[in-house]
Design a protein around this ligand. Structure first.
Ligand SMILES: NC(=O)c1ccc[n+]([C@@H]2O[C@H](COP(=O)([O-])OP(=O)(O)OC[C@H]3O[C@@H](n4cnc5c(N)ncnc54)[C@H](O)[C@@H]3O)[C@@H](O)[C@H]2O)c1
Length: 331
């Protein structure tokens, strides 16, 4: 599927959503952008305000009637609206929004005969120690008393819903597991990820808080690479019915990330680091010690691979973050 079409995007005012809307509009698609603006911002979409290809609907994806009414002409839906890791509570929001939102999205796509792209996450692999993760790796979680896993479980449930809708109704879906996307418009708190708070700490000349001893690793993906993968998945017939990792294979420890950001920001002194033991984070906090994608499936089915190196991406992000003021948020 390519060329002019109407695409519904949920979570459109958020970090990834707003870049996806930019890309769709740039290639001439009509976009129905939906968001309840709980974590996203209209400022991320305001550039499209007067474009006839663009329509914004402020709504909650758990409100099935409003959601359905907004999507009438959609040929495809990119479902990004979600509540992420409940680091400081709001576990119920994570479970409710993600499960009810995805079920509504799938039901609406079924009614419209539309394809659904589901935003999933590397978090789905949980604590599986065997990196790099291929899409067939097991999901390994800790106890239910640890609230972190609520997010992984909610996304895994969304993935199972996709398979169930395909089995029951023949619905076309693509599940995309994102690995640490970052770049301009990312949230400036932990909601945006460690790179975001580390850059902010460097710019504020405050301490960088490292959870645990900092030897845990991550793979970060620059936003333009994430968006290219999403758009390719929208178009590629071979991706239908598949789960696909979208990420960068460059692995870095959290400690090295802090040092790297200091260096790239032009600081010539040692970073101010504060190591916070996991036990002090409360809620039986558990971490994922290594996280690296195997991206061969994305290369094969979507013909994409990450092009922006971590250094280049961080430089661009630091430059952007310098240009904006922190926005207060309750998370
Ligand atoms: N950013 C990443 O690195 C990353 C990694 C893995 C998975 N994901 C997934 O990608 C998607 C987008 O993530 P993001 O980083 O852009 O997050 P984000 O918080 O910036 O965007 C999510 C958007 O959804 C909106 N939203 C939340 N609840 C809603 C509701 N009930 N109804 C309508 N809108 C609602 C928020 O206002 C926000 O604008 C999410 O599904 C997330 O789980 C992101």
């Amino acid at each position: 599927m390519s060329g002019a079409q109407t695409v519904a995007v949920t979570g459109a005012a958020g970090f990834i959503g707003s870049h996806v809307v930019d890309a769709l509009i740039a290639r001439g698609d009509r976009v129905i952008a939906m968001d309840n603006l709980s974590m996203g911002s209209w400022d991320n979409l305001a550039q499209h305000q007067d474009n006839p290809l663009f329509r914004f609907e402020q709504l909650d994806v758990t409100d099935a009637a409003a959601f359905r009414a907004a999507c009438k002409d959609a040929r495809a839906m990119i479902h990004l609206a979600a509540f992420k890791i409940p680091r400081y509570g709001k576990t119920l929001d994570t479970l409710r929004i993600n499960s009810v939102g995805a079920e509504n999205a799938l039901e609406i796509c079924r009614e419209l005969g539309a394809k659904l792209l589901l935003a999933s996450t590397s978090e789905v692999y949980g604590r599986n120690p065997n990196v790099p993760f291929t899409e067939t790796h097991d999901s390994v979680y800790g106890p239910s008393a640890v609230r972190r896993w609520a997010y992984a479980v909610s996304k895994l449930y969304e993935e199972h819903l996709c398979y169930a809708f395909r089995e029951a109704y023949g619905l076309d879906f693509v599940i995309l597991r994102f690995f640490g996307s970052y770049g301009p418009r990312q949230h400036l708190t932990w909601w945006g990820g460690p790179q975001s708070v580390f850059i902010q700490a460097v710019l504020d000349d405050s301490e960088i808080e490292i959870h645990g001893d900092g030897t845990q690793t991550r793979s970060f993906t620059y936003i333009s690479d994430t968006v290219r993968g999403i758009i390719s998945a929208l178009d590629a017939p071979a991706a239908v019915g598949e789960v696909i990792n979208l990420g960068n294979t460059e692995e870095i420890t959290i400690l090295e990330l802090a040092h790297r950001i200091y260096r790239l920001a032009g600081e010539d002194h040692e970073p101010k680091l504060r190591l916070v033991p996991y036990a002090d984070l409360g809620g039986g906090y558990q971490d994922v010690m290594r996280r690296v994608p195997d991206t061969s499936k994305a290369e094969r089915l979507l013909k994409v691979r990450a092009e922006v190196s971590l250094d280049d991406g961080l430089l661009r992000t630091i430059e952007w973050q310098r240009s904006v003021q922190p926005v207060a948020t309750s998370v």
